[in-house]
Design a protein around this ligand. Sequence first.
Ligand code: ZN
Ligand code: ZN
Length: 359
Amino acid sequence: MDRADRLAAKLADRGLDGLLVTNLVNVRWLTGFSGSNGLALVGPAGQRLFLTDFRYLTQSAEQLDDGWAKEIAPEILAASAARVGPADGKVVRLGFDDASMSVKDHASLTSKLVEGVELVAAAGVVEDLRAIKDAGELDKIRAAAQLADAALTEVLGRGLAGRTERDVALDLEMTMRKAGAEAASFPPIIASGQHSALPHAEPRAVEIPKGTLVTIDWGAQLDGYASDCTRTYATGELDPRDREIYDLVLAAQLASLAAVKAGAGGREVDAVARDIITAAGHGEHFGHGLGHGVGAEVHEGPRLSQRSDSTLAPGQVVTVEPGVYVPGAVGVRIEDLAIVTDGEPEVLTGLSKDLQIIG
Ligand code: ZN
Ligand code: ZN
């Protein structure tokens, strides 16, 4: 079954007759189209329709296989509405992505639909399928992770202490691009000293001092797939308090990574790390979830957190990234990217987690 067939089967389970796929990441996953304006209509009755505007006439012909009927229209949403009608007088339940469609687009779509077509909120249908990667997707994520590892190794060779956080971030981004990445999968985080206590710190034009911790969170986007990793390094002899926090986060990371396997709950895996950090008195300093899925987007399902209702399944790719952030003092995060299997996870990050001094 190709992806559109798997989606159609899922729609039937949900009592939907069709789905309007408008989120471009989902459109790309489903059809292969990587342009900036396109939508796909799947079902009813085996219908596979792709719409884009005239700028993408050639690109869509190259990227989409013959299973898709292609149509060029100036207003693709309006044109899609004209392609859905009730069959045999029965009401058609047409799913749409309520998590990404704007209120304006929804109103315009509603006004164009013929009588007998009912719009049904159906966010997450494609995302649920995307959460489990096929072999080709796993290869792309492995390659993105390898590229990101190699780029950081090269950047660390130029040192950390005495450079600004911003300089290191730009260097890392440029090094990934030169190695073939389409982009950084998100702007790299380089956070040193007290600034490392901010989980999503923005790199500053401030020199990284000696004898401190530096958290580096980065990833590469390659061939439509993302990677995500975090390492924390020392720039010299550390305060014993910093060392202790590093060792705590590492212990929590190793234990929770070992708990990643098919059948484990997202909440359960999160609790493995959280219990270790809480027992050491730092529960309140670990304020985010343990991890998230990674694929076509750097943050996607499943979630590993206290509120997760996910159950891990083979072929999912997740991060395991506990952190301890002591406000005004220091922060440490260690993050690996891993493929869920029935046994031990396949860790895609190749960089050592032993605390290293990078001067
Ligand atoms: Zn990250
Ligand atoms: Zn992450």
